[in-house]
Structures are given as C-alpha cells and as structure tokens.
Design a protein around this ligand. Structure first.
Ligand code: HMG
Ligand code: MG
Length: 287
C-alpha cells in the first residue's frame, strides 16, 4: 500500500454554497449520507454564515441534525464569528473552521472585514473552542491570486497562515480561491508558508478554474503536503470571488493520487455514486 494522502471532502459546503437553485435540505442530507460511506475522515457539511450573504447555507443546522453520523467521520462547519460558533456548537459540528484571506480585497468582499479585523474576530472562537476541545481548522484564501488585488505575495500568505496556526488552528488550508495559481506560484507560496507552519499541518485547497488543480497538487506533494480539499463532481465556487469555479473534483484527485501510488482509503464506487448525485443537484439539473 502506498503512502497515505487524505482528501477532505468539501462538496456539501464549498460545493453547494454557490448553487443558484435553493437545494432542499433532504437532498443535502442524502449527499452527505452517501459521502459518509466513502471512507472520508472529514467532510465539510455546513456553514454558519449570514443567510443574507450566502442563502444556500441557510439550512446548515437542519443538515447537521438530519445526517446519519458515521463513526470515525468528523462533520465540519464554517464559522465567521461568535454567532456562527454558537450555532455550530448547538448543531453539534465535530469541528469548525475559521476563514481568513491573504489579500485585503477578498477579505472585505467575503467577510466585510480587513484581515486584521477578521483575525480579531477569530480569537474568541479559538478561545471558546479550546475550552471544549473542539478542533478548529483555518483557511487562507487567495494564496496566489486575488480577484480584486491581483497576485498575492507569498510572504503575505505565510504571515496569515502563521497567525492562524499560532492561534490554535490544528491545520491551515491554503486556498487558490479563483484557481489561477500555477505550479510555480504554488511552490513559491508553499516554500514561504512551510518556513512558518510545519508542512504536516498544511492542506491544499485548489479550485480548478484554469484546469491546473492537479498540477498544483503535484507541486504540493513534492513539497510534502499530504492533505487536499476537493468536492465530488467538481461542485462549487465562492459567491464573493468573481470567476471562481468549482473545487477540484474528488474523483479526479482520487484517480490522480492512486495513479501516483498513493492511498486515500476511499471507495471509488461510492465516490462515483456521490459525484452522480452532486451533478444532479447542480442548478437546473434536477427534474
Ligand atoms: P456583516 O454584514 O459585516 O455583519 O457580515 P453584521 O454583523 O452586520 O451582520 C449582518 C447580518 O447578518 C445581521 O442580520 C446579523 O445578525 C447576521 P440583520 O441584523 O441584518 O438581520 N449575522 C449572522 N447570521 C447568521 N449567522 C452568522 C451571522 N453573523 C451575522 N454567523 C459576515 C459579516 C461575516 C457575517 C458576512 O460577511 C458573512 O456571513 N460572510 C460569509 C461569506 C461566505 O460564507 N463566503 C463563502 C465561504 S469562504 C470560501 O468559500 C473560501 C474557502 O472555500 C477557501 C478558498 O476557496 O479560498 C473557505
Ligand atoms: Mg473554496
């Protein structure tokens, strides 16, 4: 068996948050229940953000209440502020995530805060989570390019990743939010981040807008990253990042990693089933 690489499934959150059609909670629950059979350790299923900002995630508490929780799977939720934290806790999320940006333009557009203000908002979340041993993941968006500010200097990414890690995030996921990163840019960025945060605590979160996500995963593997975020069926995008396409498809990452001799511990047949379901959930695709 090859070296283990983990895929963190994003479909029910990053995948669905951008869909135009109001997806019924029952469909979301069915997707999560299918994914729970695939062998993931972590699935992001919810987002406790303002429903005015992201209407698609409004049913997050119902999703967490309705899923059949499989043993050994952690069901994760995004939390932008203490209100989101309290809601995620009440809904019994197994882990939460705070999300920052490496660029000011996207930070303002996505969470209506400067990078510094957003980190100040995360402090009480991390404090509260620490008290109850709730794992907190950290995201850094726009790690190579920002739709508003242009190219992101690697040092800026390293500084934000370092802050999130120092605050207590157990892992920092590095987001190529608009999928414009090249393997060279990803490598430069990772070299800077790796100087500050152990590579074993980093994850790659690559959107596939320009079709380079797998090449970016290769660049990351060669620098020691062993966790990648992906969404079944290549679902997704960010409503506040113009031009952001879906996350790289979980099935494509699976096939790529297995071709390279890595093991993901996932069941490819169940992934097919979930990808099929995800595609049918796409805007207008449902009968
Ligand atoms: P704001 O307007 O500055 O904040 O938004 P506010 O405090 O003035 O609140 C506005 C309204 O939202 C108020 O309601 C609040 O009560 C309510 P009103 O009084 O107007 O009726 N509110 C909430 N409701 C539910 N849950 C909450 C919450 N907080 C406030 N937690 C805020 C600031 C952060 C709330 C807003 O900007 C927001 O929700 N942004 C989220 C945007 C988002 O979810 N983007 C997508 C996820 S990030 C992403 O996809 C990137 C990632 O995948 C990595 C990558 O690809 O790079 C992670
Ligand atoms: Mg994303």
């Amino acid at each position: 068996m090859g070296d283990r690489v983990e895929i963190f499934e994003m479909g029910p959150r990053d995948g669905l948050q951008n869909e135009k059609r109001a997806i019924p909670v029952a469909e979301k629950i069915a997707l999560v229940d299918c994914l729970s059979r695939a062998g993931f350790s972590r699935i992001e299923v919810a987002s406790f953000v303002s429903p005015k900002w992201v209407p698609q995630m409004a049913g997050s508490a119902e999703v967490l209440a309705g899923i059949a929780r499989a043993p050994g799977v952690r069901y994760a939720a995004l939390t932008p502020n203490m209100r989101g934290y309290e809601d995620a806790r009440a809904a019994r999320a197994d882990e939460i995530a705070v999300f920052a940006s490496a660029s000011e333009g996207f930070s303002k557009a996505n969470i209506n805060a400067t990078v510094e203000e957003s980190i100040a908002r995360f402090e009480p979340i991390l404090d509260a989570a620490r008290h109850i041993d709730l794992p907190v993941r950290g995201y850094v968006s726009c790690v190579t390019d920002c739709p508003f500010d242009g190219p992101t200097p690697p040092e800026q990414v390293a500084a934000v990743a370092d802050r999130l890690f120092a605050m207590g995030c157990y892992e920092v996921s590095l987001g190529d939010t608009i999928g414009q990163g090249t393997p060279e840019a990803i490598a430069k960025m990772l070299l800077a981040v790796r100087d500050r945060v152990p590579v074993t605590r980093l994850a790659g979160h690559y959107h596939d807008t320009a079709g380079r996500a797998l090449a970016n995963i290769d660049a990351s593997l060669s620098l020691g990253v062993r966790v990648f975020d992906a969404a079944v069926g290549g679902l997704g995008g960010c409503p506040y990042a113009p031009g952001a396409a879906g996350n790289v498809a979980t099935e494509a990452v699976y096939d790529h990693l297995h071709r390279l001799g890595y093991d993901t511990g996932l069941d490819r047949d169940v992934l097919n089933e979930a990808a099929e379901m995800a595609r049918a959930m796409r805007s207008g695709a449902q009968e």
